[in-house]
Design a protein around this ligand. Structure first.
Ligand code: FAD
Ligand code: FES
Length: 269
């Protein structure tokens, strides 16, 4: 395994500015963190210790969604014990965060490939800063099971991006998987495009295959369970190709974003 120099960690107790329900099980949480906010790069995450939680020692990772000069926010889905307790916290209460963590997305250079972003559910959160900071506007393909899983369409549109939504039940946008309109777009013309994706692993795998089929570059944000978030415990490793074979790398430090050519989807036997 490659051992990258450990980044200077910024563990801070931060105060909640707002914690509001968005749709259904989704919430937006903003915290005051003037020393962290200016450092955040697109695709990085915060490792959050939910202090009122009984097992508070175990942190939860969340992509950093938006930043201002002195705050950052996350967009999270209430899926379990930690996020449920988090959803009931109010402004003024405190959390412990280590942030910003991880290796994020490459912001396209002026005149570089046209970015096509592909997001499933809360994967939209990892994409917002990339869309905001990219000098080139492209298309955001966003998919979910139901209408309530389609997040921040208006915010991406306000940044000047075209948004194409799909839902599996057809309750919003095109019916089907997020890859369907992406395939149609690539068939219309793939040259000069680059894919960026964040979402469930089967979606990432499908995007990687499409990128390979159309011979396009792609950066994928891998969603692996994490424990320490800082490169120590090795909970989050995935197999990555190297010049002379493959090795396990940590999604919390070498990732979560990897080039699609780097990822080995199955461990060789
Ligand atoms: C780099 C990274 C960025 C993330 N960004 C976001 C984000 O922006 N918004 C968001 O809502 N969530 C995000 N997640 C997932 C989030 O960390 C988990 O949903 C959260 O830790 C669940 O905590 P819990 O205590 O509520 O759930 P638990 O009670 O621990 O588990 C409840 C359920 O959630 C599942 N779960 C736990 N961790 C993950 C995970 N990493 N991926 C998928 N399912 C998981 C468990 O398997 C279980 O089924 C991200 C995860 C990673 C690794
Ligand atoms: S979560 Fe511990 S090494 Fe990545």
């Amino acid at each position: 395994m490659t051992t990258a120099a450990a980044p200077a960690l910024r563990e801070q107790t931060v105060s909640i500015v707002a914690n509001d329900r968005d749709t259904d099980q989704y919430y937006r949480l903003e915290v005051r963190a003037p020393e962290i906010a200016p450092l955040v790069q697109p695709g990085q995450f915060a490792h959050v210790r939910i202090l009122p939680l009984k097992e508070a020692l175990l942190r939860r990772p969340f992509s950093i969604f938006q930043v201002t000069t002195d705050t950052f926010s996350i967009l999270y889905k209430n899926v379990g014990r930690g996020t449920d307790v988090l959803s009931r916290m109010r402004s003024g209460e405190e959390l412990s965060v280590i942030a910003p963590l991880g290796h994020g997305f490459t912001v396209p250079a002026p005149g570089a490939e046209v970015p096509l972003l592909v997001a499933g559910g809360y994967g939209m959160a990892a994409m917002y800063l990339l869309a905001q900071r990219s000098p080139q506007k492209g298309i955001v393909f966003v998919g979910g099971r139901r209408r309530v899983d389609i997040l921040c369409e208006k915010e991406f549109a306000a940044l000047g991006w075209e948004v194409r939504a799909t839902t599996e039940d057809g309750s919003h946008g095109e019916k089907g998987l997020v890859t369907h309109p992406l395939i149609a777009e690539l068939k219309r013309g793939a040259a000069g495009k680059k894919l960026f994706a964040c979402g469930p692993t089967p979606m990432l795998k499908a995007v990687a295959k499409l990128a390979a089929d159309f011979n396009l570059p792609a950066e994928l944000s891998m969603d692996e369970h994490m424990c320490c978030g800082t490169g120590v415990c090795l909970t989050c490793v995935i197999p990555i190709k190297t010049a002379d074979g493959w090795e396990y790398q940590r999604t919390c430090t070498e990732g979560p974003v990897f080039d699609r050519e780097q990822i080995l989807w199955e461990v060789p036997q």
